[in-house]
Structures are given as structure tokens and as C-alpha cells.
Design a protein around this ligand. Sequence first.
Ligand SMILES: NC(=O)c1ccc[n+]([C@@H]2O[C@H](COP(=O)([O-])OP(=O)(O)OC[C@H]3O[C@@H](n4cnc5c(N)ncnc54)[C@H](O)[C@@H]3O)[C@@H](O)[C@H]2O)c1
Length: 382
Amino acid sequence: MIAGVITETQAGERRVALVPSVVPMLAKVGVSTLVQQGAGVAAGFTDAAFAEKGAEIAPSPDDVVRRSDVLVRVRVSPEGTDAGRRDLELLRPGLVVIAFLDPLNEPGLARSLAAKGVTALSIELMPRITRAQSMDALSSMATIAGYKAVLLAANSLPRMFPMLTTAAGTVTPARVFVIGAGVAGLQAISTARRLGAPVEAYDVRPASKEQVQSVGAKFVELPIEASDTEDKSGYAKAQDESFYRRQREMMAKVVAGSDVVITTAAVPGKRSPVLVTEDMVAGMQPGSVIVDLAAERGGNCELTKADQAVVAHGVTIFGPTNLPATVPYHASFMYARNVTTFVTHLVKDKQLTLDMDDEITRETLVTRDGQVVHERIRGLIG
Ligand SMILES: NC(=O)c1ccc[n+]([C@@H]2O[C@H](COP(=O)([O-])OP(=O)(O)OC[C@H]3O[C@@H](n4cnc5c(N)ncnc54)[C@H](O)[C@@H]3O)[C@@H](O)[C@H]2O)c1
């Protein structure tokens, strides 16, 4: 069996789906690795490093796809873009594709992959069960996004994060507020704490309070109770607009008193709730910074524009949609480890085996035999 890797095609993408250190792990279960020349260079992995671990180097993406049984990618470029069209043209019937396919937000891609006769497994759909934790690349990438969001804020803030007592007087610390304490939010809290800032945080899920406190932040108690906050996977459920309105009213004071606000509040498959309005931005001190990690699906701040830095009322609002690509070495390392564990899980007797009695396979399999087979995605396509 051959696992192929090509250079990622999306603009600004610097990650690579497999790294040299996983090549021997795949070899152990009978999977050889074929890498397009230069595919890892932007992430810091040379062809020589891949070859040294036993990977074969191929001259072009077509070469890789022609010879591979499984194509492992980070992402497939969105439909309707030139890169997306080329990505689809490259594929062939019978090929297995494993990647972030974003099927909950882009179900049309699933339909196109099915039409191509490709068997597609989507990394985002990995079930949140203990057995699959080491395959959960969404969490790995959220960890990196949370870390880098704080660095982005620190780099732009006209203040320092730590409190310093100097001969020139006492420097007061920056105050950080994190909204949404999932994987990215908790990592943002830890990173801001390491830089010395006092941090406050809020999440709708009551279970998050203890986690927030365990990483050294103060949990902001709001006198509103969300009903039915969590689905069986631990993801937040959407609340109604009246809840979000009350949440905004109650958070306004905390936002106004913060120098940095990091928002990560996402609801899978839904538009992100607006939690910071323009009025709330206007209430912040000039020079303050908002980093909105929910920008890809509309953003948690009313003024967010995806992949832009908006300056309004003296406040800078960043809406980065792919921070993991800005830390490509470790992002690729973590992604490659997660996906290698996944491939290893799927291989039985040196063959990729799709066992529909296995929850991990069933939940991640989007297309097979020319059909979209995932119930939820079929529902979205209609
Ligand atoms: N294998 C596993 O068991 C596993 C793996 C990863 C994550 N998890 C858990 O799943 C949960 C969600 O993690 P995630 O980072 O993927 O979530 P996510 O990226 O979907 O959302 C980020 C956070 O925003 C919060 N949020 C949503 N609406 C909000 C609102 N109106 N106000 C404030 N916060 C709001 C969510 O509760 C979540 O914590 C966490 O408890 C995490 O520890 C479990």
C-alpha cells in the first residue's frame, strides 16, 4: 500500500500532511510513503529528510496520485477556486483521500468527491471518544491556533503582558479575556499566563469552569444559565438569540476592562454567535486588540473580517482563519502524527479496510462508491 503526499494548494498553506518521522511508523504496518518533490519544504522538512526515513520522492502531484492508494492531505482547496478545480481534476476513481474536508460547512465538496468516485474520510468528523484522541487533528490545530492568537495580540498590543517593577516605575500587566474555553481557548489562557498576564475566561459549558481555573485564569460568572449546552461529543450547542443578547450585555463590562480579547466560541456546522458588538468594541481602550478565532464562520465580533486586521474605535480586530499554517513545522508534525495513527487504525493485513461497525470509520467516512454515505452530510446536501 502506498500513502501519497503532495504540496498543499491553498493560498498561504505551509503545512504538509506527513513528516519524515512518521514514515517508519507507516512502514511498520506495510504502508510506503511517496512524497511530491518539495512538498515539505515550506514546513521545514526537506526531500532528503523524507528520503532518509525511507520515503520515495516523486516529481509531480500527478505522479503521486497515479501511484498512491491513499492520498493524505491537510486540506482540499475550496470549490469554485482555481486551486479547488485543480485539486479535483487531480483525483481519480478508487483513490482514498484523507484530509480536513470541512463537510459541515462545505457539503458541496463531498458531492464532487463522490462524483469523482473517490473514497473520502474527513478528519473534522473524528468522534470525540478516548480511543480516537490520538487521531484528533482538530484539537491539535486548535492548540496551535490558541497559542499563536496570543502571540499575535502581544505583538500588536502597545503594552507588555507581564507586570514589571522597574527603576522607571511599575508597569501594569495587560488584561486578557478569553471567550470560549475549548481546546484553543485553554491554550490561549495558558500562553497568556506564561507571558505574565492576568486572564479571565468564560464559556457556556458549565464543565469548563474547572478547566479554566486549572490553567490559571479566573472564570467569569454570568448570572445567566444556558440550557442544554453540550452535545454528546462535548461540543457546545447553539443557544437562542435572546441568550446571546443577555450574554453580550453581561460581558460588556469585562470586555471594556480588557486590553486583549480572544474569542474562540464556535458551534460546529453553525455560524459563530456574535458576542462582541461594535458598541462593545467602542467601549474598549484605544490600542486594545481582539483576536477572533471564529472568523472563518462569521466571527464572534461584529466587526471581524476574515484574514484582515480591521481598526475601529482605536481597537485592532484580527480575524485569522489559518493560524496553524503560520507554525507549519509543529502543525505538520502534530497533524502527521494524528493522521498516521488514523491510517494505522484503518489498515488490516496491509490493506486499508473500511469496517462500518467501527465508530471511527463510520463517523469519518464521507464518500464511498460514488455516493455521499455520511448521514449528516447527506442531510446538508438534501
Ligand atoms: N476526545 C475528546 O474527548 C475531546 C477532544 C477534543 C475536545 N474535547 C472537548 O470538547 C469541548 C469543545 O472543544 P472545542 O475546542 O473543540 O470546541 P469548539 O472549537 O467547537 O468551540 C470552542 C469553545 O467555544 C465555546 N462556546 C460556544 N458558544 C459559546 C458562547 N456563546 N459563549 C462562550 N463560549 C462558547 C464552546 O463551549 C467551546 O468550549 C471541550 O470541552 C474539549 O475539552 C474532547
